[in-house]
Design a protein around this ligand. Structure first.
Ligand code: AMP
Length: 218
């Protein structure tokens, strides 16, 4: 079955983790704008330097730059089975861009899953997040048993805190989310696509809830 999904919600709500689970379960590509932008930054191009300053300060990269990126990525992926997006769209402009891209290839979104979490929990989840330098696996000092010099359980790489996961930047990221991204809730509600899912609890609890709402809708 084809499934075209967007995972929506504030930073740190678990979109990346749940997106990867859905991607595996449904056999569809996982497309994360944040991961794509971080990969570009590692290439150290001119544009990378500009993007890096937006990201490290908790601001959004300008629509025009992100849209060009995403359309290049979408051109490369086989989209016949579906996709799950994480972190895109983040503004009304990006949502309209996505609508017109999907319109051109005759694809309709199936659902926008909005993950809900109280603000205090968001800051805790992000500031506790540690990412493997090598394979990008994500851990949390509050939820995983964790020692100071812990290494990645998957590849042995060093676990580091993303520059934009530091507390002062997290606070700005949440403000930017409220200002620029939250209006998308009404946008997708109007289209009848929004499904709200409680994101409190373990990864498995949330994955189960998402599976249930998707099968109710099928
Ligand atoms: P994420 O990994 O999704 O939390 O994204 C990390 C950072 O990348 C964000 O704080 C933004 O600076 C940038 N970014 C990711 N996706 C987008 C997007 N769709 N639009 C603008 N900036 C983005």
């Amino acid at each position: 079955m084809k499934t075209y999904l967007i995972l929506f919600g504030p930073p740190g709500v678990g979109k990346g983790t749940q997106g990867q689970i859905l991607s595996k379960d449904l056999g569809i590509p996982f497309i994360s704008s944040g991961d794509a932008l971080r990969e570009e930054i590692n290439k150290k191009s001119d544009i990378a330097e500009k993007m890096c300053s937006f990201m490290n300060n908790g601001e959004l990269v300008p629509d025009i730059v992100v849209e060009e990126f995403i359309s290049k990525m979408l051109d490369q992926y086989p989209l016949d089975k579906g996709f799950v997006f994480d972190g895109f769209p983040r503004t009304i402009h990006q949502a309209e861009f996505l609508d017109s891209y999907l319109g051109r290839i005759n694809v309709n979104l199936d659902a926008v899953i909005s993950l809900l979490l109280p603000k205090e929990e968001i800051v805790k989840r992000i500031s506790g997040r540690r990412t493997c330098e090598r394979c990008k696996a994500v851990y949390n000092i509050y939820f995983n048993s964790f020692e100071d010099d812990a290494k990645c359980k998957k590849c042995g790489g060093n676990l580091v805190q993303r520059e934009d996961d530091k507390e002062e930047v997290v606070i700005r990221r949440v403000e930017v989310y409220e200002e620029k991204t939250e209006p998308l809730i009404a946008y997708y509600k109007n289209k009848g696509l929004l499904i709200e899912v409680d994101a409190l609890g373990t990864v498995e609890d949330v994955a189960k809830r998402i599976k249930e709402v998707l099968s109710d809708r099928a």
